[in-house]
Ligand binder design. Structure first.
Ligand SMILES: [Zn+2]
Ligand SMILES: [Zn+2]
Length: 287
């Protein structure tokens, strides 16, 4: 069967100012250490690397996570708060490790705020990454890492209420709107549970992401959604529409963090009750 027996996800860094233990450091950004067990075999993935290596490495040590065990690094997209720690973490790992990303993740990226542009892309040169122990693996389509484990590939934009706003990129020397084609998620089929969808920022839209998940994995529904859902600043209408679609997809467990926003988390909690848990730095969840 194309599934894993169990999944354990540790939040190495997240924005919430209340890490689960006072000695852990919170910072704007995201990094998940994900252990996937199938029989005797364990696949260890690092999804995103936070804004800088120091905070991720220190938290990992305090959480007893040995990052040298990482088999592959998955970058959810090219923003600095998900990629900034990459070089330092690769140095710490000290062995050749595939770094899976969409080619668009390497493009220049900016956040547009009140007519001002702020650099928002990978905060180092691609040549530095190529010289590191990372084996840069750029793919536009979905990739299966092991039976039951997929990286989404570019996510089709079909949902009428999920639009990407506020980002710019350079294409052929011109500053243009960035619809974040590089935004990817991780899909895991877990025995006895179902499909778990792990997002970085879900810039592609959470509903577009779960549609992609169903298509890529051949599942009819989704069990859990975990990660940043990028609903901070979203309209009440978009948040309600998102919740309605999650219910239609049969989602049972919701674990928002990072860029989901307080307003959305409050609404998720009202609808999903105890099955909605906000993740913070240091949380360990198992499926
Ligand atoms: Zn982002
Ligand atoms: Zn982010």
């Amino acid at each position: 069967m194309s599934q894993v027996d169990g999944m354990r996800l540790t939040v190495l860094v997240d924005d919430s100012k209340n890490p689960i233990r006072p000695e852990l450091t919170a910072k704007h950004g995201l990094s998940f250490f994900i252990e996937l067990k199938a029989g005797r075999h364990t696949t260890n993935l690092l999804m995103d690397t936070g804004p800088s290596a120091d905070v991720v490495l220190q938290n990992a040590q305090k959480l007893d996570v040995d990052l040298r065990k990482v088999d592959s690094i998955v970058l959810s997209h090219g923003h600095y708060d998900h990629t900034g720690g990459l070089l330092g973490i690769l140095k710490h790992i000290g062995k050749k490790v595939p770094v899976i990303a969409h080619p668009g993740a390497l493009e220049a990226k900016f956040a547009a705020k009140k007519k001002r542009l702020k650099k928002a892309g990978i905060p180092f040169r691609v040549s530095e990454l190529e010289k590191s122990s990372g084996i840069l693996t750029l793919k536009r389509g979905p990739t299966s890492k092991a039976p039951g484990i997929w990286v989404s590939g570019e996510i089709k934009r079909a949902s009428p209420f999920e639009k990407v706003k506020g980002f710019k990129t350079m294409r052929r020397g011109k500053l243009v709107d960035d619809y974040m084609p590089d935004d990817q998620a991780l899909f895991v089929k877990v025995k006895g549970k179902g499909l778990v969808v792990v997002t970085g920022c879900a810039h592609a839209g959470l509903i577009n992401t779960i549609e992609q998940a169903k298509k890529v994995t051949g599942s009819s529904g989704v069990y859990a959604v975990v990660g940043g859902f990028h609903l901070a600043g979203a309209s009440a209408g978009r948040i309600s529409a998102t919740i309605e679609e999650l219910q239609k997809a049969g989602v049972k467990v919701v674990m928002p963090c990072h860029c989901t926003g307080k307003k959305a988390i409050t609404k998720f909690s009202k609808v999903f009750g105890k099955k909605c848990n906000q993740l913070r730095t240091g949380n360990v969840v198992t499926f």
